[in-house]
Design a protein. Structure first.
Length: 284
């Protein structure tokens, strides 16, 4: 067998293996983009079918001369597409005019050219139907609307997860859902240092009106987000998203006015309500 045929067999084998592999991947990983997998499988299937057809044509020769005719399918197609007249017929094809010894042959239009020409017409009809009659395609305006819609969904999602919440925009939220979410987070992460009632242990008392870093939702949010690593207060932004930090900040502020069982002595200056809207500038 000629080496080129061996190569083709190997390529075919590789394509079939790849096909099997992509199916296996699609079956095991539910998170893969199924459309992309289907497209790949379609392309691979077409390659395999073409290769099998190719081999069938090559080996359909009665006396298989060891793959000498490997390019036979290409030659057949090329011959059909060009449809040149044999040299002997040239005499009949000559036009009766002549310029400076240059003469012209009356060849018919080659089929490949006609295919191209009619192909564009058929394509135009399909395009017209899809885009303008059945209104199925994404014409510019529809594409724009789809993108806007997509952006809105993304924005809604970002709002939902609190991506736009930072120390400037954070709000004190005291709806039951937010406060109970805040309590869950607090009970899980903060009790060891601040105690369940906010009385303070390693960390300062969160129930009094005295704040080391300033009171009010913005300051509390900022200190929870950035932490005070030198003093043992973690920067929670790596573990909690903004929405969660807003919830736990609000929960912390809900301790205000309560009486913890073992309150730690006040630390920092007394926070005045009028300042609630500003971020305290830390004096070093
Ligand atoms: C490992 C112990 C520890 C844990 C856990 C901890 N903190 Fe702190 N926290 C501290 C310390 C210590 C300080 C005081 C920092 C300083 O002195 O500047 C502090 C300060 C604070 C402050 C500022 C208080 C003020 O007076 O300005 C707030 C608000 C706060 N923590 C909230 C939380 C929240 C909410 C959590 C849970 C998500 C938490 N902390 C978890 C140790 C901790």
């Amino acid at each position: 067998m000629k080496s080129i045929n061996k190569f083709l067999f190997k390529a075919l084998f590789a394509a079939i293996s790849l096909l099997g592999y992509s199916q296996a991947v699609a079956a095991t990983e539910s998170s893969v983009d199924m459309e992309a997998v289907m497209r790949t499988m379609l392309v691979l299937t077409i390659i395999v079918i073409l290769a099998v057809l190719w081999l069938a044509i090559v080996y359909s020769e009665k006396n298989d001369n060891e793959g000498d005719d490997f390019l036979r399918p290409v030659r057949l197609v090329a011959k059909y597409l060009v449809r040149l007249q044999p040299m002997e017929k040239e005499k009949d094809l000559l036009f009766h005019h002549e310029f400076d010894g240059i003469r012209e042959l009356d060849n018919r239009i080659p089929p490949w050219f006609n295919f191209l020409f009619y192909g564009t017409i058929i394509w135009a009809v399909i395009y017209l139907m899809v885009f303008h009659v059945f209104d199925d395609g994404q014409i510019q305006h529809k594409e724009y609307l789809a993108e806007m819609n997509h952006a809105k969904v993304e924005k809604d999602y970002l709002i939902k997860t609190g991506a736009f919440i930072n120390e400037e925009t954070v709000k004190f939220v005291n709806d039951a859902a937010s406060l109970s979410e805040g309590k869950d987070i607090y009970d899980k992460n903060c009790v060891s240092c601040h105690l369940a009632d906010g009385g303070g242990l390693v960390g300062p008392n969160l129930a009094d009106e005295y704040w080391i870093h300033g009171g009010g939702i913005k300051n509390v949010f900022k200190i929870i987000k950035d932490g005070v690593p030198a003093k043992g207060m973690i920067a929670w932004q790596s573990q909690l998203d903004s929405k969660k930090m807003q919830a736990v900040s609000s929960y912390v502020l809900s301790f205000q006015g309560t009486k913890p069982a073992n309150p730690k002595a006040p630390e920092g200056p007394k926070w005045e309500e009028s300042k609630t809207d500003s971020i305290s500038v830390k004096k070093s």
